[in-house]
Design a protein around this ligand. Structure first.
Ligand SMILES: C[S@@+](CC[C@H](N)C(=O)[O-])C[C@H]1O[C@@H](n2cnc3c(N)ncnc32)[C@H](O)[C@@H]1O
Length: 184
């Protein structure tokens, strides 16, 4: 993932054994690299308001019943202009369905937080916490390099909703990567 420049700390939530270099790692389990042990399921991040320049969540949000509660907290702790870097499994990823996962994601899940997207405009009352989507990638599996996989990766990047609607279960997506800037 990219790195967030500027003053303030960065935090890797649900870092597991794979903490983003230079970040504070928070996880429910005391593993190598974990700096703070805590249960993030109630949407409580142990950092002061507007004190964090970058938040990383790699394959963690799907473990929560209420990812929105954590997004609210992430909005609170980020400094104005701070960035959130997310990786979540796509709903067509066969490995996303396991007993540890509570939430499932499509490519437009986070659009509702961005006032410039269609969803964000239609449901501007959904959340007071707003973000601007800086980058979004729908990443298809590359395990088998079948010719149509390249074509569908191109389609998924160009018209993600059309890919999801017609082809997601022909050539599933492995994950969604989203980079968002906090608006406050
Ligand atoms: C699939 S691992 C991802 C690890 C790492 N971020 C990565 O990308 O490799 C999910 C991590 O989330 C942590 N986790 C799950 N539920 C949690 C919770 N409620 N609070 C804090 N951490 C949690 C798990 O302990 C695990 O380390």
């Amino acid at each position: 993932m990219k790195s967030a420049a500027g003053p303030g700390v960065c935090v890797d939530l649900g870092c597991g054994k794979n903490k983003q270099p230079g970040c504070f790692g928070v996880d429910a389990v005391l593993l190598d690299g974990v700096d703070v042990v805590g249960d993030l399921s109630r949407g409580n991040i142990p950092f002061r308001t507007s004190s964090v320049r970058g938040v990383y969540c790699s394959h963690f949000l799907e473990h929560l019943e209420d990812p929105g509660a954590l997004l609210k907290e992430i909005h609170r702790v980020l400094v104005p202009g701070g960035r959130l870097f997310l990786r979540v499994p796509h709903y067509s990823n066969y490995a996303g369905f396991n007993p540890a996962h509570r939430s499932f994601f499509g490519q437009n899940f986070f659009d509702i937080y961005d006032p410039d997207t269609d969803l964000g405009k239609r449901f501007d009352y959904f959340s007071d916490e707003k973000f601007r989507i800086v980058n979004k990638e729908l990443r298809l599996f590359k395990t088998w390099k079948l010719p149509y996989t390249y074509l569908l990766q191109w389609l998924a990047s160009w018209k993600p909703a059309a890919y999801e609607c017609h082809f997601a279960f022909l050539s599933p997506a492995e994950e969604i990567y989203v980079e968002m800037e906090v608006l406050k």
